[in-house]
Ligand binder design. Sequence first.
Ligand code: HEC
Ligand code: HEC
Length: 187
Amino acid sequence: MAKGLFSTLFGVAIVSAVVVAPAQAADDISSRLEICSACHGSNGTPTNPAAPIIWGQQENYLYKELHDYHSGERSNAIMSPMIKPFSLDDLRKVAAYFAAKSWPAKQPGATVAPPPESIAMCKACHGQNFEGGAPAPRLAGLSYDYLIGAMRAFAGGKRTNNLDMPGFMRALTDDQREAIAQYLSSL
Ligand code: HEC
Ligand code: HEC
């Protein structure tokens, strides 16, 4: 009788371990992502304009960037060491986790800057409203500081994890890049 009770309890323990495991795996990833809100914000709005919005960003793009910080193809003193400890499988979950959240709402009443002429060609990849698509990230609503930093990094050869963007950015003057960053951040 004692043995019967033991194996029943043991059986229950195994069944609950199996049932609980997937939920714990999901929790594991989200608990490892609490640190991200220190800069990327706990409601999707970054606490510092140098950190980009990642909530609601294109999933393919997020995974590509996480992969590139992991491999060293994109390098940043803050992000590279932060991402190194994750496996590529984990990084797929990280990308899905942030992509599923909503892009933060705009400040009510914020005015949209006039679109500079040089921005027309960007729509082919970044979307008619710069909402992004499977091949390219959303740009609408990123901060001026982050946008101008990313554009200058491509133009100056500091960010080389894409073959096309450096040439596109070098073809513009810094005044044009500033006008583009101004416009995109106002969307
Ligand atoms: C201490 C501040 C800080 C923390 C913490 C932080 N980030 Fe970042 N993150 C940044 C900055 C700054 C950049 C821009 C770096 C660059 O220019 O390459 C960035 C860039 C990114 C990008 C690239 C987005 C894009 O539009 O190209 C992703 C994805 C990202 N972070 C994810 C994460 C995740 C996931 C975590 C948590 C594991 C995290 N970050 C924690 C500051 C931070
Ligand atoms: C041929 C397609 C294509 C065109 C045209 C294009 N882009 Fe891009 N852009 C991309 C892709 C793909 C990426 C992501 C690169 C990577 O893997 O990091 C990107 C990245 C960016 C980023 C970095 C976003 C971030 O979150 O870090 C900015 C800013 C940007 N593009 C601005 C522009 C502007 C401004 C134009 C027009 C002058 C333009 N792009 C034209 C494909 C394109």
